[in-house]
Design a protein. Structure first.
Length: 55
């Protein structure tokens, strides 16, 4: 199966829309991964504080 890249007269609207969508998806993925890393560091920091208080 091959994809037809010819969008005809709508190409001027279609390709920028695809590009903007790809950038938005990439941003959402990167932001989600960064937020997950931040939460993990915060959780580890709080766990270390709790362990320190217990001992």
């Amino acid at each position: 199966m091959s994809f037809d890249f010819d969008a005809g007269k709508y190409a001027v609207y279609l390709w920028p829309a695809f590009g903007i969508s790809a950038i938005a998806f990439a941003w959402m993925i990167a932001d989600s991964l960064a937020m997950a890393r931040r939460w993990r560091r915060e959780t580890e920091r709080r766990q270390a504080e709790l362990d320190e208080l217990k001992s």
